[in-house]
Write a protein that binds this ligand. Structure first.
Ligand code: HEM
Length: 457
């Protein structure tokens, strides 16, 4: 394999990397310790080399699809045990990737979004009903997670999760988080001599949770097969009923289970994190909040219960900038891996072979002062876009970029618009941002207070 990249300690393959790197908060660890490590560096964790790119110009180069393609990082490969060759974890050349991609692209067209829109709006109304019945103090991340899980469950699978009728998170969510954390751990230890033994021990320890996830997915498929899905054009209906228009191929039952899990996971945590970070910045920046609220009043009018139409959601330009700026500073999927199609020189300097991969480490790439200016760390929704293209990619890049991007943006923009139109929101000034790292980044322990706005007469 190719180059050995600069290493933080100056020494190579130093097991201490693994010990000093906080396994519960690797992203924040790197954010705190990257200074002086340069635009590209490697860390060795349990015998596996992780290469990080933190420089916007190198990232733009890695985004070039003619030279580079998606790579599966060890953490992603660790998820193959539960997500198999589902869209997110599939290898580029795996036939099921192309098949599922071609079948599911129609589920993310504008027409499809127009079908989801009323379901999204209804789900939001149910969350508001819960809020109105409460004392006005909410835990932002947990309520945003209820909203986004419920939304993907209903729009994608016609499966409500009952998120608004209980204060507990749905057992599927906790089982899934366990399964995912387990997967990531397995990916990281894969190169150890005792990996198989450790993996089996981990599997045994979490057997109940893994079984629960499996049964839950089987039930979703069996339930739809029982009730019949003729004419149903949600994600599940497409997967169960449709054949590839050219090859006539269909997805196997096994692959459908992988896709359901993939969409339930990819379809909610990242969006919920994005909504939570945006809320954090809104309450911290009264000027931004006022401007965003004024925009909602201008578009939605006097009635705090007004629901935007599908077309109106695209008009919240300022709110959209708030969301983009939040995702610049805290990309909730903090990176993606790239590998060269052929041996090449990165930055005219570092040899990479097709066996190498590098992680585009978004929290630093999207704060690179060379591209974003000296105030790169500041939250400013109206900052000019940088001249160098392709340096803010919170949804990934190329043909393996996020298939759910429009879904996420539509859902999040409508949610923020309606929240600000319906409530005055205030944060706790003493709250210091704490970030939970699971598979994604999520603010933790953040409360806001909601006060119902009254129609202005
Ligand atoms: C892929 C981010 C919402 C489904 C990706 C990738 C990123 C990403 C960075 C590329 C990963 C890689 O290159 O390895 C996000 C963010 C979201 C979001 C930040 C919200 C703010 C969604 C939603 C869905 C979804 C709502 C589904 C409804 C997927 C799928 C893939 C993917 C299936 C794999 C695509 C493929 O390789 O064919 N996402 N995502 N995501 N995302 Fe999203």
């Amino acid at each position: 394999s190719g180059h050995t990249f600069p290493h933080p300690s100056g020494r190579r393959r130093w097991m201490k990397d693994a010990a000093s790197m906080d396994p519960d908060r690797p992203v924040q660890y790197i954010l705190e310790h990257h200074r002086g490590l340069g635009p590209i560096f490697e860390i060795v964790v349990f015998g596996q080399k992780f290469v990080f790119v933190t420089d916007a110009e190198l990232a733009a180069e890695l985004n070039d699809e003619s030279r580079f393609a998606k790579a599966n990082s060890p953490a992603l490969d660790g998820l193959r045990g539960i997500a198999g060759d589902g869209l997110f974890t599939a290898y580029n050349e795996e036939p099921n990737w192309q098949l599922a991609h071609d079948l599911l692209v129609p589920a993310f067209t504008k027409q499809a979004m127009q079908r989801y829109h009323p379901v999204m709006a209804e789900t939001l109304d149910e969350l508001f009903a819960v809020w109105d019945a409460g004392d006005g103090r909410i835990d932002v991340s947990s309520d945003m997670t209820r909203l986004t899980l419920e939304t993907i469950g209903r729009t994608g699978f016609s499966t409500p999760f009952g998120s608004f009728t209980t204060s507990e998170v749905h057992p599927f969510v906790s089982a899934m988080v366990t399964a995912l954390t387990l997967g990531r751990r397995k990916g990281v230890i894969a190169a150890l001599p005792a990996a198989r033994l450790l993996e089996r021990r981990l599997d045994r320890k979490h057997a109940d949770q893994l079984d629960y996830v499996r049964t839950f997915l089987d039930d979703i498929v069996a339930g739809r097969r029982r009730t019949g899905s003729e004419g149903s054009d949600d994600l599940l209906g497409i997967m169960l009923d449709q054949a590839h228009p050219e090859t006539g191929e269909r997805l196997s039952d096994e692959n459908i289970r992988y896709q359901i899990l993939t969409f339930l996971v990819a379809g909610h945590e990242t969006t919920s994190g994005a909504l939570s970070f945006a809320s954090y910045y809104l309450v911290r920046h009264p000027d931004v909040l006022a401007k965003a609220q004024a925009e909602t009043d201008a578009i939605l009018g006097d009635d705090p219960d007004a629901t935007p139409s599908y077309e109106q959601v695209a008009r919240f330009r300022y709110l959209r900038k708030v969301l983009d700026e939040s995702l610049r500073l805290w990309p909730t999927a903090p990176g993606y891996a790239r590998t060269p199609r052929q041996t090449t020189l990165l930055g005219g300097r570092w040899t990479m072979t097709p066996d190498d991969w590098a992680l585009v480490f978004l929290p630093l790439v999207q704060r690179d002062p060379k591209v974003w200016g000296e105030d790169a760390e500041a939250f400013d929704p109206e900052r000019p876009r940088p001249r160098l293209a392709g340096t803010a990619k919170p949804f990934g890049t190329g043909e393996r970029a996020c298939i759910g991007r429009q879904f996420a943006v539509h859902e999040a923009t409508m949610a923020l618009a309606r929240i600000l139109h319906r409530y005055d929101i205030a944060g706790d000034p003493s709250y210091a941002l704490r970030i939970d790292e699971r598979l994604t980044l999520m603010p933790e322990g953040m409360e806001i207070t909601l006060t119902r706005r009254t129609p202005s007469v």
